[in-house]
Design a protein around this ligand. Sequence first.
Ligand code: AMP
Ligand code: GLY
Length: 422
Amino acid sequence: MKVLVVGGGGREHALCWAISASALCDKLYCAPGNAGIAAVAECVPVAAEDIDGQVKLAKEKDIDFVVVGPEVPLVLGLVDKLEAAGIPAFGPSAAAAALEGSKGFTKDMCAKYDIPTAAYGRFTAVAPALEFLQQQKLPIVVKADGLAAGKGVVIAESMDQAEAAVREMLSGSFGEAGASLVIEEFLNGEEASFFALVDGKTALPLASAQDHKRVGDGDTGLNTGGMGAYSPAPVVTEAMAARVMREIIEPTVAAMTDMGRPFKGVLFAGLMIDNGVPKLLEYNTRFGDPECQVLMTRLKSDLLPALMAARDGTLSHVDLRWRDETALTVVMAAKGYPGAYDKGSEIRGLDAANAMPDAHVFHAGTASKDGKILATGGRVLAVTAAGATAAEAQTKAYAAVDKIDWPGGFCRRDIGWRAIKR
Ligand code: AMP
Ligand code: GLY
């Protein structure tokens, strides 16, 4: 078969790496891809958000199956358009991607179908939002409704801060994403990510992971797209995974069908677990980045037939095998990220890093020029390794990181600390 992966980040490199190893895949394309993906797929310069361009590409190349990586094309309806053109695609319809595209939609669904989550209110005007705030305890969480690339959440420690966040979001600084907002109760506990494949009716649990959202060691500094991750997350025991499936994932799948928006694709639940009780913080409707890199490192089974079964509605026949080891990935980012950063600095030592035991470097923002690998994004590499324990995976991942010669980059040095502390 001919397969097209849409996107060009570390997540898509991991997906391409897994799909290129599938016995079913004869030819793999990735659009737009990056310098690392070019080693396993033919990259075509069409942007992930260019919906018409992606459909045109899939038709031109006579693609049999499309896998959509990022959220923006999902919310814009890429899967709907591909399916309408007769091209099978993995990922939710635009209607089902509302689980990620509108936090208010998800909160209302949780309320209606009794899915555990933080108490909340939904607002489109400043005055009622401020009035609601007066009755809340601190800290309090203010969220822009729509996609905001991880920047639409403010955890306010004071009422002044909460009010400022409400005014700013509703003033239009987040564009349409902030035209509506959610104010919700602050939840204590330990965060974890949980992934399941869904085919419209059946949900197949994948694995758990933990991300590191802050830019600095010790979870300090600004929020980012994710500076590193590992899988499994020790807080998600087998019993906890079963509970999350029963109380959160399965009721969501049933609710979406009930609302006429059957969900197909990958459900990525952001959870807060407190005293053994899981609550939903948010849904994403795609693989996480960098969580995908650690999931693919642990997956033993062929990914492609599982993704096809999710699209076809035949997941109940699928059984996936995982390595027991911990996989851990360290994101290397351009200095300055998540603020302003330079592009175009050269990265050396990638072959040496890839040659380290059980290590693999996934590329996120890279391009090759005149035989050199250059950094082209904020998050640039995801250096990944597997080990018998989180500590071993961490040692191996940093041994590979230390082979990389990139003066323009930096990384956190403590990825995995929570699992290792246990
Ligand atoms: P979200 O994009 O909704 O996952 O929010 C981004 C981050 O903000 C989460 O990963 C949490 O660390 C934090 N967060 C969001 N909602 C809450 C909440 N209700 N209570 C505590 N922390 C939260
Ligand atoms: N790493 C978090 C995300 O992909 O949203």
